[in-house]
Design a protein around this ligand. Structure first.
Ligand code: RB5
Length: 147
């Protein structure tokens, strides 16, 4: 569960721009503070230029969580997961987001902008934000992730 009082980061490439804008508007209308790392239009860009700054801020504890969107969700999650203590989970169903929080303590959600409806993406975002980590045996496994 992520506290509404902390800013939530959002970033995307051109393929995720429209979905980012839609989700951002819905989050802000529900009282979330959103820090937007771009991109700010549908013009073609390179996803690492947007994923790295957000993931660095999560890694350094400047923000607690983030949402990344590119066409498939793959490039942007691969980029984010290069950062220490970042656990970015690519999710296309609310149930996967729920398990990413409960079992993996994921701190970044990656969405496949070209392969998910806005409605399902929003549902997935809320499940991600509202589900807590279960700890226990899952903490032991997470402790083994960093190299
Ligand atoms: C952009 O065309 C596309 O390659 C990108 O959004 C993403 O899907 C990469 O993983």
């Amino acid at each position: 569960m992520f506290d509404k009082n902390f800013p939530l980061g959002m970033a995307c490439d051109h393929a995720g721009f429209e979905l980012k804008e839609y989700i951002k508007k819905e989050l802000v209308s529900r009282g979330y503070e959103v820090k937007d790392y771009g991109t700010h239009s549908g013009e073609s860009v390179d996803y690492p230029d947007y994923a790295h700054p957000l993931a660095a801020d999560v890694s350094e504890g400047k923000i607690k969580a983030g949402i990344l969107i590119c066409g498939t969700g793959n490039g942007i999650s691969m980029t984010a997961n290069k950062h220490k203590d970042v656990r970015c989970a690519l999710c296309w169903e609310p149930e996967i987001a729920k398990l990413a929080r409960q079992h993996n303590d994921a701190n970044i959600l990656a969405l496949p902008g070209r392969y998910i409806s806005p409605e399902k993406a929003l549902e997935t975002v809320f499940v991600f934000l509202e589900t807590g980590f279960e700890g226990g045996r899952h903490q032991r496994r997470i402790d083994k992730i960093n190299l």
